[in-house]
Design a protein around this ligand. Structure first.
Ligand SMILES: [Zn+2]
Length: 73
């Protein structure tokens, strides 16, 4: 099963930058969905293929939509 990376529009706020309220304090999200691990925090059991994730599943780190993910090269 393929690993899918978050992106290209997934961004998370850098904590330090968010604290001082400065704009642009974000960095690309580096989360990747690994089917072997699943996403237990969202109720996704290990062994669940990315294709079988519910359509309303979103990135647990930045909230990016499933459709924004891409296969890891
Ligand atoms: Zn993300």
């Amino acid at each position: 099963m393929d690993i899918y990376e978050c992106g290209p529009n997934g961004y998370v706020y850098d904590d330090a930058a968010a604290c001082d309220g400065s704009p642009g304090g974000s960095r690309p999200c580096d989360y990747a969905y690994d089917p072997a691990q699943g996403d237990p925090d969202s109720g996704i059991a290990p062994g669940t293929a990315f294709e079988n994730l519910p359509e309303n599943w979103t990135c647990p780190v930045c909230g990016n939509f499933k459709g924004k993910f891409k296969t890891k090269a």
